[in-house]
Design a binder for this molecule. Structure first.
Ligand code: XIL
Length: 453
């Protein structure tokens, strides 16, 4: 995204003393969400999103807390966006895209040209009529989202599985071998700022299929066909395990002079085995400088297209799994829960810590645009651990809070008090936690008052 946003940060009342900063424990400022941890590594952490689930507060709560990129799971596909030839329906995809932008999340567009999930009318076309329809589709959809998409999957799954290294047979392929580069040129013309990706599965390790993609990408680079990235879907299970040369394969594509992205990661399994595989996949991306980020293909196991394989990072209740912790830790982040030893070493504050010794500060960062804003508030404990906190933010008249994450808001206008939720009330001495809120109207004052408990 090339949109410029006003970023304001201010350290407000209850500012820490230099002494409090000096006692920061190693890792005390470690990120506590996938998105924040990935950001510290210069990467995004994304998920596939289904528009119809956004009204589920558990789903949208995890989405906004953990993820910094979204991919519409089905809403941008050809059948969804052009159900009748020449008639475009963007409602569901727009819902996802506009919500993501309001929350400061990137958007991966998926997918402009693909043999699957075509509308019936396209399935029945061939030759020049299909080629023209494909170019028109790429142009119209990419134009509609011009300036809003970080990366587009321009062409999806165009190569055959197995040892032939051939193109997959499809109606699009039968219009001529050049259909892929024609699609990329049309996408570049429609949205010059978006990164343009080729995306596929079973290309995660070095094999005949990935070699064929590699040859195509090398040829595109040599001939100046516009391509910026290669997406590796990374749907792993017992039949298709994480390849041992995953990192090397990502690296050889990056060495062609383009970006690589893990675009649809899911790993069937459970427990430690699944967690270790997720950690290994995460490490591979971190080890490749031009690996921009990781997208998992859904939030909770029950959201997965392969739900029976429980392949995602959150269980059906929205609780983080061992795989979640493994990914977070691999990204350099940490969960907020105090360890059992810390808990026993710090008995109930009503016994050992007079309330008056606790203090906190709040830093407010605002992303504002015409008509709305997202505020991210970082609460930092003073020299004594907190059991809870409240941060009060004053909104200008005409502004209202519409959505809050990682805190509970009292009221929505004027001075709004945000109080910790259960899991983020305890903050270790000099530690931090973050919450956020979204609103309509002018951006609020960056002045916040932090009250410690
Ligand atoms: C899947 C979706 O998750 C399902 O909801 C839908 O029924 C079928 O498509 N490769 C891709 C994705 O590029 O678009 C697919 O998504 C999964 C495989």
């Amino acid at each position: 995204m090339r949109r410029s946003l006003a970023i304001l940060t201010v350290l407000t009342s209850g500012a820490l003393t230099a002494g409090a900063v000096a006692v920061l424990a190693p890792g005390a400022n470690a990120a506590t969400t996938l998105g924040a941890a990935a950001a510290e590594k210069g990467r995004y952490f994304g998920t596939a999103v289904a528009a119809y689930k956004l009204s589920d507060p558990v789903y949208s709560g995890i989405l906004d807390r953990e993820f910094t990129s979204v991919t519409p799971e089905n809403e941008m596909k050809w059948d969804a966006t052009e159900p009748t030839q020449g008639t475009f329906t963007f409602t569901s995809a727009d819902t996802i895209v506009n919500r993501a932008i309001a929350n400061g999340q990137k958007v991966r567009g998926h997918a402009l040209a693909w043999h699957s999930q075509q509308p019936g009318w396209a399935q029945n076309l061939s030759g020049t009529a299909l080629r023209n329809a494909m170019v028109n589709h790429v142009t119209r959809v990419a134009t509609h989202y011009r300036g809003k998409i970080d990366s587009w999957d321009v062409v999806n799954e165009a190569f055959a599985d197995g040892s032939t290294g051939a193109r997959r047979d499809s109606n699009l392929q039968r219009t001529g071998n050049d259909w892929i580069e024609v699609a990329f040129r049309a996408a570049r013309a429609a949205d010059p700022a978006a990164k343009l990706c080729y995306n596929d599965y079973n290309t995660d390790g070095q094999n005949a299929k990935s070699n064929a993609v590699y040859a195509m990408v090398s040829d595109f680079k040599a001939r100046g066909v516009p391509i910026d990235c290669v997406g590796f879907q990374s749907h792993f299970n017992a039949q298709s395990p994480l390849p041992s040369d995953y990192q090397a394969n990502l690296q050889r594509f990056a060495d062609l002079g383009l970006d690589v992205q893990i675009t649809e990661l899911d790993i069937e399994g459970s427990g430690t085995t699944q967690a270790n595989t997720y950690a290994a996949a995460t490490r591979a991306c971190l080890a490749v400088t031009r690996c921009n980020g990781i997208t998992v293909w859904g939030i909770r196991d029950t959201d997965s297209w392969r739900a029976s394989g429980t392949p995602l990072l959150f269980d059906g209740n929205g609780n983080p799994k061992a795989a979640y912790t493994a990914v977070l830790n691999t990204l350099g982040g940490t969960t907020t829960s105090p360890s059992p030893s810390q808990s026993s070493a710090s008995p109930s504050p009503s016994v050992s810590q007079p309330p008056g010794t606790r203090s906190c500060a709040a830093t407010v960062a605002i992303n504002a645009w015409t008509g709305g804003f997202v505020a991210t508030v970082k609460v930092t404990a003073g020299a004594t651990a907190l059991t809870g906190w409240t941060a009060a933010v004053t909104l200008p008249s005409g502004s209202a809070v519409t959505n809050t994450w990682n805190a509970t808001a009292s009221g929505s206008t004027a001075t709004v008090s945000f109080t910790n939720v259960g899991y983020n009330g305890p903050v270790p001495a000099a530690g931090t936690t973050e919450f956020g809120f979204q609103g309509t109207g002018p951006a609020p004052s960056t002045t916040a008052t932090c009250t410690a408990r």
